[in-house]
Design a protein around this ligand. Structure first.
Ligand code: SAM
Ligand code: SF4
Length: 324
């Protein structure tokens, strides 16, 4: 088992397949970002080797993310390799290319998370720097995904004051007929993402907005980071993720690997250690295991408060370059 200095059992890997994306969400990346050269991205076999090593060390769940994981031309090969493991496989996607992959994900994917920050096509286009047509594609893909056998389909909504907090009730209403988990996420500061404290809508405020219109009953077991509820009689679930105002560092079981093969024990810390370089220079499994175990010991107890985080955000990679 991979345990850190504070006794946390690190059994959940968030694996970035690329830092590139077919959208440019304003809260996530700049208009013209620099991306990693393709040669620096882990190849499918390299990804598989690291995942198998981590599985031997006790990792049980993997989430494929990015950037946008479904823009990898070799996504099928990666999926095929990881599908042969006995790990729980999950995916976070913006949904633009989702429809074409639903059949191959079916039968193996556990949780499917799709990001959708507005139910208004024009607004969606603004925040993602895309078009209303893209909204229709993503919304259609989510609806189609509901007919598949995934353990849950979740919609991730980053709530930004002055942009979309007025849509919270409408998102809740979506759970009346759709068996979907809508999760409202507090806006987090990353390098150059336009974050300011006054644009964060705290979970307490989001919940107050919801309970003015809907009664909420607690639901357990869907996630260890979101506080989940159900409106009586509704088919879906509503969750709140308070990374800023209700941090869950004490129970954090996450490790991250960036698309260029760097192990990051904490989303908010710039600390990371290269695994791909040593792997390409011929490191043995034992040598890589040593690096992993030493890196895990550097996982901080928690992240600093929001003021400090926003001051130091430039030292860390962008969210899309870490693997959100
Ligand atoms: N491209 C995929 C997607 O959008 O779902 C996966 C990568 S994206 C970086 C993963 C998640 O991080 C998305 O749900 C996105 O909304 C969220 N995210 C990105 N920047 C964020 C920020 N500044 N604060 C909170 N969540 C953020
Ligand atoms: Fe791309 Fe996801 Fe970031 Fe949006 S949130 S720019 S879809 S990586």
């Amino acid at each position: 088992m991979l345990k850190d200095r504070f006794g946390r059992n690190l059994n959940y890997l968030r694996l970035s397949l690329t830092d590139n994306c077919n959208l440019r969400c304003t809260y996530c990346m700049p208009h013209n970002p620099h991306f990693l050269p393709t040669d620096n991205l882990m190849a499918p076999e390299e990804i598989n080797r690291l995942v198998l090593l981590l599985a031997r060390l006790g990792v049980k769940k993997v989430r494929l993310t990015g950037g946008e994981p479904l823009i990898r031309k070799d996504f099928r090969r990666i999926w095929d390799l990881l599908s042969r493991t006995n790990l729980q496989l999950n995916l976070t996607t913006n949904g633009v290319f989702l429809r074409r992959y639903l059949p191959i994900l079916s039968g193996r994917l556990h949780y499917l998370n799709v990001s959708l920050d507005s139910l208004n096509p024009g607004r969606y286009a603004l925040i993602s720097r895309s078009t209303p047509k893209t909204f229709n594609e993503v919304f259609g893909a989510i609806e189609e995904a509901l007919s598949y056998d995934f353990s849950a389909v979740k919609i991730n909504v980053v709530v930004i004051r002055g942009f979309n907090e007025d849509e919270i009730p409408e998102f809740v209403r979506l759970t009346e007929d759709w068996p979907v988990a809508v999760r409202f996420i507090e806006f987090m500061p990353f390098n150059g993402n336009g974050w300011s404290a006054d644009r964060v809508v705290p979970v307490s405020e989001m919940m107050a907005m919801v309970t003015r219109e809907f009664p909420l009953l607690p639901v357990s077991g869907l996630s260890n980071v979101s506080e989940d509820y159900r409106v009586p009689g509704f088919r879906g679930v509503v969750g709140f993720i308070g990374s800023m105002t209700r941090p869950f560092c004490d129970t954090c079981n996450r490790l991250r690997i960036t698309a260029d093969g760097h192990l990051k024990p904490c989303l908010f810390s710039p600390y990371e250690v290269d695994l791909l370089g040593p792997m390409r220079r011929g490191a043995t499994d034992n040598e890589l295991t040593d690096i992993i175990v030493r890196t895990v010991m550097e996982k901080p107890k928690g992240h600093p408060g929001v003021a400090e985080l926003s001051r130091t955000a430039h030292e860390n990679r962008r969210m899309s370059a870490i693997g959100g």
